[in-house]
Design a protein around this ligand. Structure first.
Ligand code: TA6
Length: 281
């Protein structure tokens, strides 16, 4: 089943359901805000007080940060780019088989994007909803000059409690600490007892998120950087659309092309950032 739905305020999304899973993808930002496997709890976190309003990014799910990750050097431009708050076009949706559904959405440059970023582009999101969630973000340069992008699939994961989790796969990797702007080296697994905001570099394909009773595998292609973020107590209180204690039950692991992993895309070239999320119980 693929249905085009609207909330009462007109906020549009695509709902997908097959025999393996169910998902909801907003047209604003091509934002996956729900993905649940049959008979399992969702591993995507969504804030109970998130906005579903035009011009505001949904807090949770998978925001798309593009064409820049973090702050732009021009501070008047929005953090994490504009793709997450623009309306995308629903291009195609079909059932691959009874267990998997394919959805494609597209954003192309327009008068508004050209005011913020002077490049002509096509950005496509391909999603496969099945017993795994596969997300592919494809950037095509349709301009006559090259451009550089940084980007991320800013995925929010639901966790039983932040003190129960650890992240494997980043041991001995260098990272940029976005709280101090120092370069550090990861020692062992990542655990949480304070605010964490780091851009890991030179990463391997797979990162594992281990929680009390489940493990999520995140496999990345077209990327050698991964961002790990938990706002902890003070920042959580200052975050929009988050409740004070939300930091206890979420964290972000973001497949990225950030900082040293920025990508230059020449005219007619395509760069694809791909993540496969798989819950291994
Ligand atoms: O990816 C981590 C981060 O850049 C944090 O610094 C934090 O502010 C977060 O993203 C959320 O950003 P947002 O613009 O969605 O409020």
């Amino acid at each position: 089943m693929i249905e085009h739905k609207k909330l009462r305020n007109g906020f549009e999304y695509i709902e997908v359901e097959n025999s393996s899973a169910k998902a909801k993808i907003a047209l604003q930002g091509a934002h996956i805000f729900e993905y649940v496997k049959k008979d399992e709890e969702s591993f995507l976190w969504l804030s109970e007080i998130s906005d579903f309003e035009h011009g505001k990014s949904i807090r949770g799910g998978i925001p798309i940060c593009w064409p820049w990750f973090g702050m732009n050097s021009n501070k008047s431009l929005p953090q994490h780019g504009f793709a997450r708050v623009f309306m995308w076009e629903f291009m195609d949706g079909y059932e691959i088989d009874e267990n998997s559904t394919s959805i494609t959405m597209k954003l192309t440059h327009n008068e508004e994007t050209l005011k913020m970023w002077q490049h002509k582009f096509e950005l496509e999101l391909h999603v496969v909803v099945s017993d795994k969630l596969i997300v592919e973000l494809k950037t095509t340069n349709i301009d006559d000059k090259e451009f550089e992008i940084t980007q991320a699939l800013h995925t929010y994961f639901a966790v039983s409690h932040i003190s129960h989790v650890n992240i494997k796969g980043l041991n001995k990797k260098p990272y940029l600490d976005a709280l101090t702007w120092k370069k550090e080296l990861q020692k062992g697994d990542i655990t949480f007892n304070e605010e964490v905001d780091r851009v890991y570099q030179e990463v391997d394909k797979q990162v594992l998120l281990l929680d009390k009773s489940r493990t999520i595998s995140i496999e990345n292609e077209g990327s050698s950087s991964v961002v790990v973020w938990n706002p902890w107590i003070d920042k959580c209180k200052r975050m929009s659309a988050m409740k004070d204690n939300d930091y206890k039950n979420m964290l972000c692991i973001e497949s990225a092309n950030a900082f040293d992993d920025a990508r230059v895309i020449k005219p007619n070239e395509v760069h694809t950032l791909k993540s496969t999320y798989n819950c291994l119980l």
